[in-house]
Each structure stands twice: as C-alpha cells, then as structure tokens.
Design a protein around this ligand. Structure first.
Ligand code: BGC
Length: 458
C-alpha cells in the first residue's frame, strides 16, 4: 500500500469512528434502562422522556450541523460531535439528578445527530471516486460495531455487578448502580476519537469552496499521487466556478431529484423495520414462545450478523454499484419479512425457521440498505448545498426512526406480529420499485461528475 493510500485509509477510518459512537450511544440505553427505571422509580412518562431525549438531541444535532458545518468547516464539526459524546458519557454516568441524566442523554443525541451528517459526508468529500462506496461503508461498519460493543460492555458490566467490592465507592459504582459505568464506557472511544482526529486534515472540497486553494492543494498532495491531486483539484475548481455561476439553493428545481432520492431512501431505510428488529428482536422471540434467557444471545447473534454482512458492502459497493446492492438486498428483505409474517400468521414460530429468516433479513439489510442509503445520500448533492441537503435527508431519517419507535409497540399490540412484518415488507417493496425506477447508479463517478448526472444544467 502506498503511503498516500495508507493515509487515506487512516483518515476515513478515523472519521468513521463517529459511526461507532453513534451505534454505541443508541444501543447502550437498552441495557441501562431497566436499572435506571428501578433506581429512579420511573413511571412510563419519565421513561419515555429518557428514551426520546436521545432522539430529540439527534434532531437538534442534525439541524446544528446543517447550519454550522459550512461556516466552521467539516473537521471542527466532527470534533464538536466527538466532544458531545464525551460530555454525555461523563454526564450520564454522574448525573446529580434525573433531569440532568435526561439532559446528558440529549447531549449524546446531539453528538449522534451531528456525526450522522458530518462523518459520512466528510468521507464522501475526501475519498477517491473509485473507493467512495467502500469508505462510506466503513462508517456503517462502525455503527454496527458500536452497537455490538454496547451490548458486550453492558453484558460484561451486568456480570461484574454481581460481585461485591471492598471499597464503598466501587460497590456503589459497579454493584448498586451498574448503569453508571455502562454510560461511562463510551468515554473511552470518545477520547480515542478526539485524539485521532488531531491527525485528520480539513476536507479539501470544503477548503476549495472557501477559496483556500493553497491549503486544499497541500492536503490533496498528501493523500493522492501528484497526478491525481492535480486532476481532482482542477475538477473541483471547475465545479466551484459552475456553482458560483448557477447559485443553487435547497429549493432550486435542479436538486429536486437528488432530494427526493435522498429523502425516500432515508425514510424507507427505517420503514424496513431495522431498528424494531435490532432492539425488539428479543421480545419478538419471546412473543414467538422462545425462552427469554436466550434473548441477549439472540441480540448478540443479530449484532454479529449485522456487522459481518456489512463487510460485503465494503467489498461490493464500488464493484457492483449501489443499485445492484439495493435491488438484491431489498429482494431478500421483502421475501424474508413476508415469510416471517407468514410464520406468525400460521402460528409456526417455534422452530429455527424464524431465527433463520430474521438473520436473512439482517444480512440483506447489512450488505445493502444499511450502507447504501448513507453512501447515496452523501454523494448525490453538489458541494454548495451538500451539507444542508444531507441534513434534510438525515433529518427525515431520524424522524422515521422516531415514528417506528413510537408506533411499532402499538402496531404489534393492535395488529399482531404478522401484519406488522407485512407492513415493513410493503414499505420495502415500495423502496424496491423506487430503487429500480428512480435511483441512478453513482459508482465510480467523482462528486463533480455526479452533478452532471443529477443537476440539470440551468
Ligand atoms: C441505520 C440505523 C441502524 C443501523 C443498524 C444504520 O444504517 O441508519 O438506524 O440502527 O444501520 O445497523
């Protein structure tokens, strides 16, 4: 591996750690909630507050990023997100009251929201066109790793909490109030992230958009061969010239198509029911009559499969292209969801088939819908509106996360598991048709060439 390729990899992997913190922060609460509920004697309203404060924070984080990232730059925005994770980890571990705990969760949510816009966007701007899919898929891999790490760290800490300790402090922290170290664990990846970030340069595309050509050139020369650097910089500055002549904004008809693609993919990624299955998987198995002591084991199996199959996307996104992955993955998702529904409908949930189908679903999500949604959202917009447009799509994604979280338990109770699975299947079928008919292939194109595909000349 040449030195500039190694540097590219280091930079993209470091920025992808934003995804790991996103995954960790969203999953850690699942292990901590029962302990917190008991300790603070929470009623359902307060519990709802605690869980939804994270999501409210996400939405705020997305909005903040949309507003500040063009002004302060990508790197500072990423560092801000990293700091939010660190503050939240410490704040959630040592809150003086329940209200402060809710606020600290919200700050973590702000970090998640910010990272979910700026990490994949930085990678999209930074990666060479031929590697962009793979490198944004690192971010998705990091999300899945973060989810898994949170499960493991929660399980380890629960195990550890069964010991008694000599010191009062250790007894209080690890034994009586074991939810505290669950949150504090996130401080470790947050600090690693912040330290590694000091070795990450600013996005050259952002620098060029701010007329800081000399800085952009110096950075490009570190991460590309001199020939590639020269060619790419020339393209970026040509596109910047076009941009100032045409003045595109979020409401311009020219970016209507990419906006529709980004929003539909974001919302329908969530309407495939992914988070319902990741987080309610154990209760789905219990509803199917499977022993609840296996619940954690199933959660871990789901997490491992989710992570392993994301590696396929890393290998395939730039080879076969985004559309093929979407179409193949969505086919598997629709079929497995329809069959899952059928098992519940016919009361045949006892055998291993349910687990096999759920894992097929997760595997198909992991190599397609999971990573490809983030890849496409972050590569289809021209630089001058990218952060705002990506923020709009990501906001739509988080609102859809909220809707599924809000309505899934209700749907499950009112209509039963079969109809719920079929509704997710129907949404994924709509996404399949949309991907087939409307989504355009973007593999291998530079972000500037992409403008020729999407942005109609005006
Ligand atoms: C989704 C998350 C989900 C994760 C699971 C991401 O692409 O946006 O909502 O929890 O994948 O792997």
């Amino acid at each position: 591996m040449s030195s500039h390729v190694a540097r590219q990899q280091f930079i993209c992997i470091t920025v992808a750690i934003g995804g790991l913190l996103f995954g960790f922060d969203t999953a850690v609460i699942s292990g901590a909630i029962t302990l917190i509920k008991n300790q603070f004697a929470l009623d359902t309203v307060m519990e709802g507050w605690l869980v939804s404060s994270g999501l409210a924070g996400c939405i705020l984080g997305v909005l903040i990023t949309g507003l500040v990232s063009d002004r302060i730059g990508r790197k500072k925005t990423i560092a801000l997100a990293g700091s939010m994770f660190l503050i939240s980890a410490v704040g959630c571990a040592f809150p003086p009251s329940f209200s402060v705990l809710v606020i600290a969760r919200m700050i973590g949510g702000v970090g998640v929201g910010m990272a979910s816009v700026v990490s994949p966007m930085y990678i999209a701007e930074f990666a060479p066109a031929s590697q962009r899919g793979r490198m944004i898929a690192y971010y998705q891999l990091a999300i899945t790793l973060g989810i898994l790490l949170a499960y493991f760290s929660n399980a380890l800490l629960v195990n550890y909490s069964h010991h008694t300790f000599n010191s009062d402090w250790a007894n209080w922290f690890f034994h009586t109030e074991a939810w505290r170290p669950m949150f504090l664990a996130m401080a470790i990846p947050s600090v690693v992230f912040l330290v590694l970030l000091t070795r990450v340069p600013e996005s050259p595309r952002w620098l060029m958009s701010r007329q800081q050509t000399a800085k952009a050139t110096a950075i490009m020369q570190q991460v590309r061969s001199s020939e590639e650097a020269e060619k790419e910089l020339a393209e970026i500055s040509k596109a910047a010239g076009r941009a100032s002549a045409r003045r595109i904004s979020l409401t311009s008809p020219a970016i209507r198509l990419p906006l529709i693609i980004g929003i539909v993919l974001a919302v329908f990624q969530q309407f495939s029911g992914i988070n319902a299955i990741i987080y309610y998987g154990p209760s789905i198995f219990e509803a199917a009559g499977i022993d609840s002591s296996n619940a954690l084991l199933f959660q871990v199996i789901i997490g491992v499969v989710n992570m392993l199959f994301t590696i396929l996307a890393i290998r395939w996104a730039d080879k076969y292209g985004r559309r093929i992955l979407l179409i193949a993955g969505l086919t598997g998702i629709v079929v497995s969801l329809v069959l899952c529904g059928l098992l519940f409908y016919t009361n045949n949930t006892q055998g291993p088939l349910l687990l096999v189908l759920m894992l097929t679903y997760i595997a198909c999500f992991a190599f397609s819908l999971g990573p490809v949604t983030w890849i496409v959202i972050n590569e289809i917009f021209p630089t001058e509106v990218r952060v705002k447009a990506v923020a709009v799509c990501t906001l739509a994604l988080w609102i859809a996360v909220w809707m599924v979280g809000q309505f899934f338990p209700w749907l499950l109770e009112k209509t039963g598991a079969a109809v719920t699975f079929w509704m997710f299947a129907l949404c994924s079928l709509i996404n399949f048709v949309f991907s087939l008919k409307v989504v355009k292939e973007t593999k291998g194109k530079t972000l500037e060439e992409m403008e020729e595909v999407f942005v109609a000349p005006h």
